[in-house]
Ligand binder design. Structure first.
Ligand SMILES: [Zn+2]
Length: 506
């Protein structure tokens, strides 16, 4: 016996001869599969349900398919809700597959889809609405109870377009969707959604604009509610804030989870060789040398393998922290002062720092506001913050977004845009000194590898040109470098903010 309870919902708009047989087939299948279940038939007032077995719950509603479905969902008491076609044009075992997908926890919604090959959402729908919408030719949907209750309490359309509305809201509220491919026994044509769907899209869009739907969970960076699902990745999804252009995980990994993940390199950056990495870090160190006096006390958050610490030993009084005990041990073994600590847990026993450096570390903090407040506290007034981070507004990112996103978020929580980072720093008591693209040294071998992976069609053309350039060469890393200073008193340096093209109202 499975532990979950299943509600099967059958919306019946008009009399159908198959209904009795479908109810029978579904019920005996779920019995044999060991699911505790209930069947709910929601029918239009004219439909006669007298012949149905005693145990079937029946409800009536006026207004069409959408109204029937909403009514049925309010009646359902199961942990998993499955909406089935009263004609049952697919094997009844497909309902079992949909339930199993919900039960396994990999997804919140299942959209059944007919046809042998993957059927993509029509282009118009993708443009104006969302990427994932249910197949309009068959009716097989499954939901977790929580997803169904939220989505159908917000959905408003009484007709067939409620499917589109539910898909739209699933994206808005960050539910995961999986497709289930079913073999349909009958020839199918567009069933419920007709040519009028453009009008339906307009209705959904308008309802969203006038805030008829409950707001989604806000962006953790700028607190805007204009947050949408950008992509689904294993066990999670990536959300996208339209206001600040940041991407972040739908559900943040626990910090231990992130710490234990192997650090994944930006696929467009590649694996630089140790000498090339060293040169990149020397460039970063040179920036700090210009900003702070010799023998100043500096803190590196996320010391990693300790390369930066070793390079800075002659110049600065270096302290590093890293949440990984292995890195902390390694750093100390090599003569640098590295502690196993998180930013929030680190206790500074010495004087305040003259500078704090974070190289691609800021993206791992669940709360950027907290992290910056903490960094501010660790710095002297006038102290310097040097930070590098991937940038969603960089050209490299725009080219390679789809390829890099799943890898990137294995070990990080947020991907910032440069404008969001600048705004964050400004609001957190920092004055921007300079913002620029971050460059990294790359050898030819690493670059050729990146070319083959990201632009295979152009690799043959570019490789000979590349070989004429010095090895290694400085390449854009899809990242920015920000130098900021802890503000002593109030006052905002607007000149520095204006030097970066704004992407949203500040
Ligand atoms: Zn935002």
């Amino acid at each position: 016996m499975s532990s979950i309870r299943v509600s099967v919902l059958l919306p019946v708009e008009r009399e159908t001869a198959q209904l009795g047989a479908a109810v029978e087939a579904i019920s005996s299948f779920l019995d044999s599969a060991g699911f505790e279940h209930e069947l709910i038939v929601a029918a239009a007032p004219a439909v006669d349900l007298a012949a149905l077995p005693e145990l079937v719950k029946r409800v009536k509603a006026e207004g069409g398919y959408g109204a029937l479905l909403k009514r049925a969902v309010t009646e359902a008491t199961g942990d998993a809700l499955v909406v089935a076609d009263p004609d049952l044009p697919y094997p009844v075992s497909d309902l079992g597959s949909a339930i199993a997908m919900i039960d396994s926890g990999v997804t919140d919604l299942v959209f059944g889809s007919s046809g042998k090959e993957r059927r993509r959402t029509p282009l118009l729908l993708r443009w104006f609405l969302v990427d994932e919408v249910p197949d309009d030719r068959i009716l097989l949907l499954a939901f977790t109870s929580a997803a169904a209750k939220l989505l159908f309490s917000e959905a408003k359309l009484p007709g067939a377009a409620i499917d589109l509305e539910v898909a739209f809201l699933a994206n808005k509220y960050g539910f995961r969707i999986e497709r289930l491919y079913v073999r349909s026994a009958r020839r199918l044509s567009g069933r419920r959604r007709r040519s009028g769907f453009l009008l339906d899209i307009l209705r959904i869009r308008m309802a969203n604009r006038v805030m008829a739907y409950r707001a989604a969970r806000r962006c953790p960076i700028c607190y805007s509610a204009e947050v949408w699902t950008l992509a689904q990745i294993p066990h999670n999804l990536v959300r996208h804030c339209k206001r600040c252009k940041c991407r972040f995980l739908g559900r943040f990994w626990e910090s231990e989870e992130v710490a234990s993940q192997p650090s994944v390199r930006h696929p467009a950056v590649g694996q630089a060789s140790p000498p090339d990495r060293r040169k990149t870090f020397e460039r970063r160190l040179a920036i700090l040398r210009r900003e702070v006096a010799s023998q100043a006390r500096i803190l590196e958050v996320g010391a990693g393998d300790g390369l930066f610490g070793r390079l800075s030993l002659g110049d600065f009084e270096y302290v590093g922290i890293d949440p990984s005990p292995g890195f902390a041990r390694e750093g100390r073994a090599r003569g640098t002062e590295v502690y196993c600590a998180t930013l929030s847990g680190f206790v500074n026993t010495g004087p305040a720092f003259d500078a704090v450096a974070l190289f691609h570390r800021f993206e791992r903090f669940p709360d950027p506001h907290d992290a910056l407040a903490r960094i501010r506290d660790l710095l002297k007034p006038g102290g310097v913050l040097l930070m590098t981070a991937f940038d969603t507004e960089s050209l490299l990112y725009l080219i390679g977004e789809s390829k890099l996103i799943a890898d990137y978020f294995r070990s990080r929580l947020v991907m910032y845009s440069r404008s969001a980072l600048i705004e964050l720093l400004e609001h957190s008591g920092f004055e921007i000194v300079s913002v620029g693209d971050e460059f990294a040294y790359q050898g030819h071998a690493a670059l050729e590898d990146i070319l083959r992976r990201t632009l295979p069609s152009l690799a043959a053309l570019i490789t000979p040109l590349l070989r004429r350039l010095p090895d290694p060469i400085l390449t854009p890393a899809g990242s920015i470098r920000i130098l900021a200073r802890r503000r002593v008193g109030p006052g905002v340096n607007f000149a520095a903010i204006r030097s970066v093209e704004p992407t949203h109202a500040r």
